[in-house]
Ligand binder design. Structure first.
Ligand code: FMN
Length: 229
């Protein structure tokens, strides 16, 4: 791993794309990550790129979603990366519908904690506040996929002049990007996060054993990757 360049995938849940508030804040974080040596690719979730989950259960049976959109390609990119950064606007006290659709489509990933070993971070922009419960939710999601979040950043755009990020915000974003790379380079892990991942893993181990007839792909995954009997 060392001597190899860290690869970060970022997902932007704003339908307004790269120049959105969230896209611009993410770019400040990525400046720090690139400065610390990482390579990055950003995925913009447009209206139809990752559609909502249809609840068909096929991913649990086959390991793939039958919907013909960009989800499987996004999933493949994350699987081959070292870190995942989620960036969303606050839409009515939560992530945007685009980001939630991506999260829901990861249901099979959660059952297998298939992103285990990777690092992550969550960022949110809002008009008037309430970013913390949203970044906490996003990091909770990351933990349930097996990812170790290194931190989060929320910015209230209504407090800024002309929606320009202050030097302080730019510094916080840059530091978060650097922290992400440093955590990966040193393979640093938080004990609290590791405990949460272990607790969720125990829950999924029970669930997959119980549903092994219904969800053969996930049962096989647990047997081959985690030695489940
Ligand atoms: C549908 C919608 C819902 C929103 N809900 C909230 C909200 O509940 N609280 C808030 O502070 N801002 C809210 N906002 C404002 C956005 O969070 C804010 O403008 C954000 O920075 C937009 O990010 P973007 O430029 O990346 O799309 C909402 C905006 C939209 C379009």
């Amino acid at each position: 791993m060392h001597g190899v360049r860290m690869k970060i995938i970022s997902i932007v849940g704003s339908p307004r794309g790269k120049r959105s508030n969230t896209g611009r804040l993410l770019e400040e974080v990525l400046k720090g990550a690139r400065h610390a040596g990482a390579a990055n690719e950003t995925i913009l979730l447009k209206t139809d790129s990752v559609r909502p989950c249809l609840g068909c259960d096929k991913c649990h049976k086959t390991g793939r979603c039958p919907q013909k959109d960009e989800f499987e390609s996004v999933k493949g990119k994350i699987l081959s990366a070292d870190a995942l950064v989620l960036a969303s606007p606050n839409y009515i006290f939560n992530v945007s519908a685009q980001m939630k659709a991506f999260m829901d489509r990861c249901c099979g990933i959660l059952h297998c904690l298939a992103f285990e070993g990777k690092y992550g971070a969550a960022i949110v922009t809002s008009g008037g506040g309430d970013e913390k419960p949203i970044t906490t939710y996003m990091n909770h999601f990351l933990i349930a996929t097996g990812i170790s979040p290194v931190g989060d950043l929320g910015v209230t755009m209504g407090n800024l002049v002309n929606e320009e990020f202050t030097d302080e915000i730019q510094g916080q974003a840059f530091a978060l990007g650097e922290r992400l790379v440093r955590a990966w380079k040193g393979q640093k892990r938080s004990k609290i996060v590791d405990k949460k991942i272990a607790a969720f893993k125990a829950r999924m181990e029970w669930l997959i054993s119980y549903r092994k007839q219904d969800w053969p792909y996930e049962y096989d995954y647990w047997r081959s990757h985690r030695g489940l009997k």
